[in-house]
Ligand binder design. Structure first.
Ligand SMILES: [Zn+2]
Length: 65
C-alpha cells in the first residue's frame, strides 16, 4: 500500500499515512482539522526505508555482510 504525506492546512503539521486507493484525505492528528493536503514531494519514512532495505537484502544479500 502506498504511504502518503499530508500537510494540515490549519496548523501546518505534516504527517504520513498509509492509504488505500480511494480513501478520503485523513484528518490532522494534531488539531483534528479535516482540511489536509496531500504532499507530492518524494519522501522516505523509516518504515518504508526498512522495507526497501529488507527487499534489497533479499535481492543482493552480499551488500549487507
Ligand atoms: Zn492540524
Amino acid at each position: 500500500m502506498p504511504i502518503y504525506e499530508y500537510e494540515c492546512l490549519s496548523c501546518k503539521h505534516r504527517f504520513e499515512k498509509v492509504m488505500k486507493v480511494g480513501d478520503p484525505a485523513p484528518p490532522c492528528p494534531v488539531c483534528g482539522a479535516t482540511q489536509t493536503k496531500k504532499m507530492v514531494t518524494p519522501f522516505r519514512t523509516n518504515a518504508w526505508a526498512n522495507f526497501l532495505d529488507t527487499m534489497e537484502k533479499r535481492v543482493s544479500p552480499e551488500k549487507f555482510k
